[in-house]
Design a protein around this ligand. Structure first.
Ligand code: FAD
Length: 508
């Protein structure tokens, strides 16, 4: 953190030309005085797969140097958090779109695979580059890697410039009066509002002067797409990865569901939310662009506060780097989680016998996405009805979500489990039947994802075991055969969860 907060060693020419980074370069980052105009600047793309509002790209272009655009498929990320299967699908398509946009602007996208802190300096030497530009990330391993790269570039006498391209406010800029990180969302978001928007969205470049180079790797050889079987076949009709797809999603939202978002965002059967999360995760659109487009729209407050939850999650991850692995409240370390492989498998496959939970899990598997209310219900079921450790759910979501995001996923799982910051209390245990009846009253969601019970009438759709024999038979449902009985009874599970929780109570 200290390294990231410190100002870089500014050379006089940088200062005169205003070409230093945005003030967060580490000490030791040097400046090369004797570069020839032909020495390129490398723009290292990461989760900022866009050309609009891209501070690193704009700064590199302003340097007047020819530009080499680089994406590194990074193999350094720690095992558990290597990119999941669904995210790889998105990445493939997003890189194709980014490469096409850059090509139109005049510069090809160079693809390299490897460990970024080796690949980037190696490419600097190969290209005799004078500077590297990138937008920052906030996961502990990314912060460590950035620091390492900055040090190496500094030792090579190469400029390193990093920027804020993915948050409204970086985690170290929002602090309580006593200089501490925030632990509660509402005052955090109020503090963000007081800071105001740090900048307006930057325009897309009109042209990029390319650096002639020897070529990169072939995207198809990275094998990011599933083949046998192609489990991503259901993603295609739902999503358009890439910058244009992101802006189309924002416009669709602002012209439609935004007006009724506050009321409809919990309704499972409709597309009442923006569905921007994978676009935001991969940086195909920035929160600054979203803010600029939405903040004057009528009734945008609730929507923007959800973008605020994304900021808060990144704030938490930065200040508590173990958030994805450790209970934020240490008192939960003694929680008596159960080992239940068959319960976990039933949950993953959408075979728990609770229609709203099963619909949620099947939506996730088929489309790579799950509605936020459904995420809350499904996560609560795993943690509280099955007493399975929240980290098992976090892992499954990491692999299956297109928007899998270390900060948002970890903060949300901990929030549901009750062990996170500003979390829902553990004893708030969702009843999956009443949640289904409330947020999918006409059964659109459950019928879409569980065709085997679609013919049941609404009054038993969310609890098929309550239907009489004739109703089941008319609907073609054979419980225990075509659709499971509940794997756990709600009342029993609730009491068990409360008892487990009370074993911790004295410590909380
Ligand atoms: P909208 O309602 O349109 O919200 C706009 C944006 O705000 C979203 O795109 C997202 O970036 C952000 N946002 C909304 N809700 C939250 C939230 N609770 N926390 C943080 N940011 C939020 N979101 C992810 O992006 N990646 C994840 O890996 C992820 N895992 C989750 C796991 C669980 C158990 C739960 C309960 C929630 C998780 N979320 C995650 C948060 C939320 O469910 C999704 O961001 C949201 O459903 C995405 O749909 P949307 O873009 O239509 O959201």
């Amino acid at each position: 953190l200290v390294r990231f907060r410190g100002r870089g060693n500014r050379c006089p020419r940088q200062m005169a030309q205003g070409r230093e980074d945005d003030g967060n370069a580490p000490p030791g980052t040097g400046c090369t005085e004797d570069v020839t105009p032909a020495s390129p600047a490398i723009v290292w793309f990461r989760n900022d797969l866009r050309v609009g509002d891209n501070p690193a790209l704009v700064a590199a272009i302003e340097s007047g140097r020819p530009i080499a655009c680089l994406y590194v498929f990074d193999e350094v990320t720690p095992g558990r958090w290597r990119m999941g299967g669904a995210s790889r699908w998105w990445l493939h398509h997003s890189l194709l779109r980014l490469a096409a946009s850059l090509e139109r602007l005049g510069a090809p996208l160079i693809l390299r695979r490897g460990i970024a802190h080796d690949v980037v300096p190696r490419l600097v030497s190969e290209f005799d580059a004078a500077a590297v530009y990138w937008n920052r990330q906030y996961e502990a391993f990314a912060v460590a890697q950035d620091t390492r790269i900055k040090m190496r570039l500094g030792a090579m006498g190469v400029e390193a410039h990093s920027f804020n391209g993915s948050l409204l406010h970086e985690p170290w800029t929002v602090k309580t009066k006593t200089g501490e990180p925030y632990r509660v969302f509402t005052p955090f978001w109020r503090a963000c509002a007081q800071l105001g928007l740090a900048r307006s969205p930057l325009p897309s470049p009109k042209r990029i002067a390319p650096f002639a180079h020897a070529g990169g790797e072939n995207l198809t050889q990275w094998r990011l797409l599933p083949t046998k079987p192609n489990w991503a076949v259901g993603f295609e009709p739902e999503w358009t990865p890439g910058e244009a797809g992101a802006h189309a999603a924002l416009i669709r939202f602002l012209e439609g569901p935004a007006a009724t978002y506050a009321n409809d965002r919990d309704q499972l059967g409709i597309h009442g939310t923006s569905r921007l999360s994978p676009h935001l995760h991969f940086g195909e659109i920035s929160p600054v662009q979203i803010w600029a487009a939405a903040h004057n729209a009528p009734r945008a407050e609730k929507f923007l506060s959800e973008v605020g939850w994304r900021e808060f999650a990144h704030h938490l991850l930065f200040h508590w780097p173990n958030l994805p692995e450790r209970n934020w409240r240490g008192s939960f370390d003694a929680f008596p989680w159960r080992t239940d492989a068959s319960g976990l498998a039933a949950w993953q496959r959408g075979q728990t016998g609770y229609p709203v939970v099963d619909a949620a899990m099947r939506e996730l598997w088929t489309t790579g996405y799950m509605h936020n209310r459904a995420r809350m219900i499904a996560a609560s079921f795993l943690i509280k009805h099955l007493l399975i450790d929240w980290r098992a759910g976090e892992d499954w979501f990491w692999d299956t979500l297109l928007d899998a995001d270390l900060a948002n996923n970890a903060a949300s799982w901990q929030w549901i489990a009750g062990c996170g910051a500003d979390a829902a209390p553990y004893f708030r245990i969702f009843n999956p039947v009443t949640q289904g009846e409330r947020y999918d009253a006409n059964g659109v969601y459950v019928r879409r994802w569980i065709p085997e019970i679609a013919a049941l009438p609404n009054n038993v759709l969310h609890q098929p075991w309550q239907a009489d024999a004739e109703t089941l038979s008319t609907a073609g449902v054979r419980l225990g055969q075509t659709y499971p009985y509940p794997i756990v009874e709600h009342g029993v599970a609730r009491q068990r969860a409360l008892a487990a929780f009370s074993s911790l109570r004295s410590e909380i």
